[in-house]
Design a binder for this molecule. Structure first.
Ligand code: ADP
Ligand code: MG
Length: 480
């Protein structure tokens, strides 16, 4: 096993044409590379090989690293296959054997210790830290692909832009800025782009990172004087995908570093994609120059999915889990859980988990049972997210300039009737409440009255564009 940083350097040299694949197979593949005192120690099987490396490849590698970053890590070249034997004699490892982990760890940084025990701790050497893994794609969720991403009105523009960026990285919108609320698919689509590029353009260096991790790495690099490795990773990306960019707010030093990374990558037309929980203009604590750059490319949003999309997502999820579920349960969940896809999924997963625990076939579970299983979760949704009938009545009353008492009354005055019917229609659309219960909120009306009223409004909306727009705007207000 060669240390990660060495692999990175070799990869970088291959990408710059300093080493070709043939030389790589002959000279580099099986080299014994180690890290000691934050020096990269390369051991060659013979003097000839060592000399060849030092004269033919090393000067260029060093130059390239310098050019890239203004600095190069320190190297040491030696001869010999194994790293242990030679050093064991001149180290004080025995005294370390019983030392606690912490002191061993620090000694691994500073001393030339290579006993078994210290070998274990060698892994923590600063240079070898996996933070600086070059091609950062191991952290991708295998399920977050384009194939598994259901497209609806809420995300179709975003999905189209993401696919284009994935197919033609660096050629279209740079950066692509994706924003939207919690659990609506930002991370999923970002990782889908990463996966697509890694699969279709294996030569590209793709770096996907949650921004909090980017910040951690940055702080780590700063504290340990390893900025060159940090930069080696980020500034050499062909595709940089940063998730939850809002976390850079108020992180001045990280933001500064991000700013320079952005400029370098943008200048060389390297694709960047960012996700965020708000549009660029609302990133109040971003420096102007950074916020400004976020808008250089294309900004797209992901909003809450409509009922049809929620149904499709649940079906997809069941399909991915290889399960069949009673369609009434799917539509019950889709109707009740509206705010986040994560919560939509978690309701379905809860049903599956219940079935597993009690060895029930998912096709056999009834809607009533499902309601019981989800009772607590839906109560939470009702309390925190789902619009209440009372809110709807209040809002409609305001917009139609009537009183809530009038809406609940039996008055048949035209404007009051219209407001009442609209409120009934919206209540049926937005709440999971049954028509019987909605009827009760409207001063004890029959459930057929609710059905009749909402059908009437649905029909009117087809021809009356103003009424349609008014209702849509009330719905939007209520949901925000
Ligand atoms: P965000 O990053 O916006 O908070 P995530 O990307 O983590 O949201 O999505 C939450 C969950 O919902 C994930 O399991 C994801 O796979 C799923 N999801 C989101 N959008 C879709 C979609 N359009 N199709 C299928 N699954 C989706
Ligand atoms: Mg996310």
């Amino acid at each position: 096993m060669q240390p990660e940083i060495w692999n990175d350097i070799i990869k970088y040299s291959l990408s710059k044409g300093i080493i070709d694949e043939y030389s790589y197979n002959i000279w580099f593949k099986d080299l014994n590379v180690d890290i000691k005192n934050d020096k990269i120690v390369v051991k060659f099987p013979s003097k000839i090989m060592k000399d060849k490396f030092e004269t033919s490849f090393f000067p260029q590698i060093k130059e390239a690293l310098k050019e890239f970053n203004g600095n190069s890590p320190e190297f040491e070249f030696a001869i010999g296959r194994t790293s242990s034997k030679k050093n064991i004699s001149n180290q004080k490892s025995d005294s370390n054997k019983n030392a606690n982990d912490k002191s061993l760890e620090s000694k691994a940084y500073t001393k030339n210790t290579t006993t078994k025990k210290t070998t274990k701790y060698k892994k923590t050497s600063k240079l070898e830290h996996t933070f600086f893994k070059y091609n950062q794609i191991d952290n991708l969720n295998p399920r977050y692909t384009f194939e598994n991403f259901v497209i609806g009105k809420n995300n179709e523009f975003c999905a189209a832009a993401a696919q284009r960026v994935a197919k033609y990285p660096g050629q279209n919108f740079n950066p692509l800025f994706i924003y939207g609320g919690y659990g609506l698919g930002k991370t999923h689509i970002l990782q889908a782009i990463a996966k697509y590029i890694v699969t279709h353009y294996p030569e590209k260096n793709v770096v996907y990172m949650p921004v909090d991790q980017f910040i951690n790495e940055f702080i780590y690099a700063l504290q340990n004087k390893q900025m060159e490795f940090f930069r080696l990773k980020y500034r050499n990306a062909d595709v940089l995908l940063l998730d939850d960019i809002q976390f850079l707010e108020k992180k001045d030093a990280s933001m500064e570093e991000f700013f320079h990374t952005f400029n370098i990558l943008h200048q060389s037309q390297k694709q960047m994609v960012f996700t965020c929980d708000k549009p660029p203009k609302d990133l109040k604590d971003f420096e102007d120059r950074v916020r400004n750059r976020m808008e250089w490319g294309l900004t797209v949003s992901i909003t809450q999915p409509d009922f049809e999309t929620r149904m499709a997502i649940l079906r997809k999820k069941a399909e991915l889990e290889n399960r069949e579920v009673n369609p009434d349960i799917i539509s019950f969940i889709a109707k009740n859980v509206k705010s986040s896809i994560r919560e939509l999924e978690s309701a379905l997963i809860k049903i599956f988990a219940y079935c597993d625990i009690f060895s029930i076939d998912t096709t056999k579970i009834s809607l009533e049972q499902a309601k019981e299983i989800l009772k607590d979760q839906l109560k939470y949704f009702n309390e925190t997210r789902i619009v209440q009938v009372e809110d709807i009545i209040r809002r409609v009353a305001e917009v139609f300039k009537v009183s809530t008492i009038d809406i609940k009354s039996k008055k048949r005055n035209r404007s009051i009737s219209l407001a009442r019917n609209v409120a009934m229609y919206i209540s049926r659309e937005l709440t999971p409440t049954s028509t019987t219960e909605i009827g009760l909120s409207f001063g004890g009306k029959d459930h057929t009255t609710i059905i009749h009223a909402s059908n009437k409004i649905a029909k009117l909306m087809k021809d009356d564009k103003i009424l349609k727009a008014t209702i849509e705007s009330i719905i939007k207000d209520l949901q925000s």
